[in-house]
Design a protein around this ligand. Sequence first.
Ligand code: SF4
Ligand code: SF4
Length: 366
Amino acid sequence: MAEYDKCTGCGLCSEACSMSMVLGELSSPEEKLKSCSKVMEGNYSFKDVENIFQCTKCQACEEVCPQDINITAAIDDARERCVLERGVRFAQQRQVIKNAVKYGSPFGKAGSRISFLEGDYPETSDTLLFIGCFSSYMTKGVARASVSLLRKLSVDFSMLGEDEPCCGYFIYNTGDHKTAQEMVDRNRKLFQERAKRIITICPGCTTFLKKYYHLDMEVEHITEVISRIIQDKGITLEESGEEVTFHDACNIGRSLQIYQPPRDIALSMGYRLTEMERSREKAICCGADGGMKLSFPDLALKVGKARLEGVPHGIDKLITVCPFCLQNLKEASLKYGMGVEVLHLLELLDSKLKATQTSSSSIPRS
Ligand code: SF4
Ligand code: SF4
């Protein structure tokens, strides 16, 4: 039975979906499933196509669906069908795919991937730090802080430098699965030849590497590594005492259940954490994921606004661990005058952690 045939129309998913929140019932997960069904039957309109691409693939609907329908898988299949049958492309998608294939980055010939990073790095190690296109070109502070923190915490790692490829996640979300698969096949070989473990910075790369690459090696998000080291080494930091809130990124939250490590890092820094009403598995998306930022940038910002409206009263700082969420929520806060300062956890940690606090003992792995 196809996923959309299992839907009973109970409507529970609508309350969880940021698209329903911003665009109304016609954009609910249930309606998206109907559009998926029409696409797979080959009888669909432009509205159905739009409905399928206006989805952040955040999985909030799947979390509440009593029928356990894999809605994002149905969306992925329908997107692929739209591309194969009708060559569907939205806004910047065509250029991004061209860039990724030709230059190994969705941002094209955008200059050096790593020249902004200080110091040399070894080219061989059992552990590979995968920076990801977004932090290499858009949120360089996050890449800088990640490299700096791993050095301060004496983690032995290498990087691919200018040869680091795009993981293909951006491309997969356009529905061009064939091109994404070619990238995955090429990269899988490269990664497995170079290391035994990968540390990732971007939640999008993390979930894509873990779920689509079928790698014969460990993949860990950097917050898992850092929180473990802080705990194992008993590292204590200057107490901040500031009250903040935390935004869960869908791609490490619902997708991989990495909820506690970033919170543990924030707590070790002395932040007082007040949760958003919708947090952890109930969190709503920042609005940027699933190809939304690329294809529907204004809509992505409207969802970002809806997310920021959930910041608890009296708190004006929101911490996240996703470069993509960071960018979209920052832009939404600015555009809509929300007055919320959006910060990346690792940039904050790097500014507080002195190399001397972490010296001596070697780093335990598990
Ligand atoms: S994945 Fe997220 S945006 Fe897409 S239908 Fe489900 S809840 Fe809505
Ligand atoms: S929660 Fe599941 S069964 Fe209910 S309307 Fe949504 S997709 Fe259908």
